[in-house]
Write a protein that binds this ligand. Structure first.
Ligand code: AP5
Ligand code: MG
Length: 213
């Protein structure tokens, strides 16, 4: 099972991808999480990626593609994976298609979590992420049991650097310019499925499970 999550920043790709990964027993691979882990550990890759991420721009394809291909070549991906935040450009999608074709393989579904721009900025300003384990919350929709403390590991919850309203607006523009064309790309391949991401997260997940079977 190889699944791609598409959708604007804050649409709920990460939230749903984690639930899919748990239910179907496949790894959840988020290029954004990989970059953030590298920033936290102050690696060379992290320092390079941070320059782009803080402005809401995309990290260049050369860097991103290599990281993703290395990750999906790992043993735990043998039975599939959920990609969250990759591909984000047509060239990235083409690299993935070609890499899988060489293995006589292909992506099964690209799921577009559809949320209008108006809802996005509100969601992002309420998101909190755990500094340690990356679990995400929302101060209104999915609050932690204790304010600002992660339910899972007890660490502190923070607002992501790129969730400031001005950066979110830039990320939305980048999404419409560079990522939205993937909707046509996967529609043409016959594997695009759209879910209404404005519903409650449990209902969104039910809709996804109906698609995946
Ligand atoms: P990335 O980390 O992928 O960020 P993003 O795509 O902007 O998406 P988000 O993680 O912000 O949102 P999400 O859709 O996962 O939503 P979530 O589930 O958290 O990328 C960050 C940056 O890294 C990029 O800007 C870029 O610079 C770089 N990058 C990453 N991949 C790259 C690539 N392939 N190429 C180039 N650059 C790349 O939900 C959001 C909030 O809403 C949460 O608080 C959540 O609790 C809440 N929520 C979720 N679902 C619901 C619901 N149904 N109802 C109410 N609230 C909900
Ligand atoms: Mg995410």
């Amino acid at each position: 099972m190889k699944i791609i999550m598409l959708g604007a920043p804050g649409a709920g790709k990460g939230t749903q991808a984690k639930m899919i990964a748990e239910k179907y027993g496949v790894p959840h691979i988020s290029t954004g999480d990989i970059f953030r882990a590298n920033i936290k550990n102050q690696t060379e890759l992290g320092m390079e990626a941070k320059k782009y991420m803080d402005e809401g721009k995309l990290v260049p394809d050369e860097l991103t593609v290599k990281i993703l291909l290395d990750r999906v070549a790992k043993e735990d991906c043998a039975n599939g994976y959920v990609l969250d935040g990759f591909p984000r450009t047509i060239p990235q999608a083409e690299v993935l298609t070609e890499a899988l074709e060489k293995l006589n393989d292909a992506v099964d579904y690209a799921i577009d979590v559809d949320v209008p721009d108006e809802n996005i900025v509100k969601r992002m300003s309420g998101r909190r992420a755990c500094v340690n384990c990356g679990a995400t919350y929302h101060i209104v929709h999915i609050p932690p049991k204790t304010e600002n403390i992660c339910d899972k590991c007890g660490s502190e919850l923070i607002l992501r650097d790129d969730d400031k309203p001005e950066t979110v607006l830039n990320r939305l523009k980048v999404y419409h310019d560079q990522t939205q064309p993937l909707i046509d790309y996967y529609t043409q391949k016959g594997i695009l499925r759209t879910v209404d991401g404005t519903k409650d997260m449990k209902d969104v997940f039910e809709d996804i499970v109906k698609i995946l079977g």
